[in-house]
Design a binder for this molecule. Sequence first.
Ligand SMILES: [Fe+2]
Length: 392
Amino acid sequence: MHYRSVGDVPRKRHLRVPHPSGDGFLFEELMGSDGFSQESALLYHLRSPSALVDIAAVDDPRALQPAPTADCPLQPRHLRTADVPPRGDAVLGRTVLLANDDVVISCARPSDPSPLYRNAGGDELIYAQRGALTLETVFGSLDVTAGDYAVVPTSTTHRWLPRTDDVEMLIVECRHGHLTVPSRYLSARGQLVEGAPYSERDFHGPAAPLFVDGDDPGVIVRNAAGLTRLTHAGHPFDVIAWDGCLYPFTFSILDFEPLVGAIHQPPPVHQTFAGPGFVVCSFVPRPFDFHPEAIKIPYHHANVDSDEVLFYSGGDFMSRTGSGIGPGSISFHPAGFVHGPQPGSMERSAGQTATGETAVMIDTFRPLMVSDAARAISDDAYAFTWSGGRRK
Ligand SMILES: [Fe+2]
């Protein structure tokens, strides 16, 4: 992210800064990525962020479920996330649907405030499908409403507070590493270039520090071993200033500026984020292709190196008419399957001039495993909708 400064940041780094209590000095924390050779942030704590008073193992709800298994026999799937019952909070109440060694894709319909949480494995990308939440972090607070992406960098202490009772979320969790904007959108010196589908103004970081007085209720930390509760000597939201290029931010999918051509444009024009082993694309309302003979829906295609996950957020998905797909649906098209428009949609598209669809696509470069929870909400008829339901 671009540089951001919040609170009263000292004039020079790494010099003594008097503590506002008059007793001692502030505690710097340099939060750095990739061995301190890439983006970092410098945070000024009132207390030592290392002052632990308790360490305890925590039951991991994921460990209570069977691990996702290979999609065998290979089949395209329609997952109805609306059939996942609301439960718990936005961290421990997640339902894992698809996963591999690079990424975990979950959904959640939380009603409770989450515990303080820190994912030490990788960055998290949350897409808010419905409702409104507050994302409180050690960097400050962010409002997250329907249509927003929120990116939470690795090891950011945070918690999710639902503000409405209809929250639905899609969660894309890096198992390792970081989410970035595609390098082709950046100048050699790091500015988003003209022609990129968004600008720095479209990304929103915390505007003010967040200070919470009192005790630490405990921070749930996820790493490869599972979950641990680390309890500190004081509440971890004690940062009074920070600056740098590493921080949580939001980006509305409706601020993505779609590229439209005379004929159908390929998926990379929709790319929004890059992650280790996957990409994220945004499909947003846009005029259709304008060549007089253009086929205004995707041709049949085989992304031979990827599994494709498409989360349908809103609008009318013309190319999927007849498949049962609607808002809240996920289509899962694994490598090895050629997919394309449903029967009749090419003809239906001829007189159309625009699409109002909103969707989030995750293409992974390694095969995804399928959870029992995903199989439980899978529409088995979907795989045969291209043949009009005819089965041998
Ligand atoms: Fe596709």
